[in-house]
Design a protein around this ligand. Sequence first.
Ligand SMILES: CC(=O)SCCNC(=O)CCNC(=O)[C@H](O)C(C)(C)COP(=O)(O)OP(=O)(O)OC[C@H]1O[C@@H](n2cnc3c(N)ncnc32)[C@H](O)[C@@H]1OP(=O)(O)O
Ligand SMILES: O=C([O-])CC(=O)C(=O)O
Length: 371
Amino acid sequence: MTAARGLEGIVATTSSISSIIDDTLTYVGYDIDDLTENATFEEVIYLLWHLELPNKAQLQELKQQLADNMELPQEVIESFKTYPIDKVHPMAALRTAVSALGLYDDEADLMDKEANYRKAIRLQAKMPAIVATFARVRKGLEPVAPRKDLGFAENFLYMLKGEMPDQIEIEAMDKALVLHADHELNASTFTARVCVATLSDVYSGVTAAIGALKGPLHGGANEQVMKMLTEIGTADKAEEYVLEKLNNKEKIMGFGHRVYRQGDPRAKHLREMSKRLTEITGEPEWYDISVKVEEAFTSQKPLPPNVDFYSASVYHSLGIDHDLFTPIFAVSRVSGWLAHILEQYENNRLIRPRAEYTGPGKRNYVPVDER
Ligand SMILES: CC(=O)SCCNC(=O)CCNC(=O)[C@H](O)C(C)(C)COP(=O)(O)OP(=O)(O)OC[C@H]1O[C@@H](n2cnc3c(N)ncnc32)[C@H](O)[C@@H]1OP(=O)(O)O
Ligand SMILES: O=C([O-])CC(=O)C(=O)O
């Protein structure tokens, strides 16, 4: 047995949800470029869960179901106040809150198809409320209840900021949610599938996936990108910063990808959004620094930016706290996790690969006082 380190190149399942072929990303056959230009996040959720775009009535029904299920159990809101709030990363809070939500869902362990779909709706709907409520509670602000008349992206920004977002902000958030929704068998989605393939429940699968997304080699990279841009400070310092990091054999966050070779097709949309939004906010330096980092990095390594690179300056321009960037990724990606969880249940087999053993050969036990 020879190990494929990091399971590189291993095809571990079949899936009808999304594909990456020749650096082109599609959700159920629709090119990400097409969806980013034309679809709303709610349409994408429906597409990922039903493998078809919704008609008007189906879309309206889903929007209603999401709006009706956004509110959090009071116990979950109260529990935020018991966290060591100044030390807790919002991804840890999100992971804990999703796990806690399962405690208050009477259907948490009910394993039929309809119940699992109902749980998917409830979880998708509550994710933005968790992120927004935690973000407010930790600042000593009152939580803002979701409004049933608002769309998903709009409601999220409204709950986060406590005021109505403008149209440009809503569109930017909606596009960002579309772009992050699903991505074949990425690490967090694989984690979710491994978890539920034991026939564990939906809440366990999503909790496990949040844990995997949190790491800086995966979703956690977007926060690290913003940290880097802030450290660099001005565009003229970008090249020196990048070269020094590379000389020290450090990674530059937001570049490279396990699957894409020529480039991540999502990055160009976020780059454009970053340019536009940083101009609107009067802080073009965040885009300028990002471009200089890209130029300096790609002059040294043939690794283009991934989805996390320009999303950092996009979220910053939306006035979002930097440690909420990865939770926002989760608010979108939970749609993909849930699609994969439902697909896994439909055609389940325990996921259990092998390990190539590299430890010592056979030896005999030695009693403790002879060691
Ligand atoms: C949503 C997402 O998850 S997108 C990815 C987000 N993560 C990041 O942006 C973190 C930075 N990037 C990386 O760490 C990697 O490119 C990954 C984790 C995304 C992909 O990793 P892998 O496919 O395992 O590639 P691996 O890390 O082995 O890199 C291959 C080579 O490229 C180098 N490399 C890859 N990415 C980078 C980077 N961002 N900066 C510097 N060097 C890099 C590695 O050092 C390695 O060099 P070597 O062969 O000389 O040792
Ligand atoms: O697919 C991956 O390995 C990481 C990624 O880009 C994503 O999850 O969006």
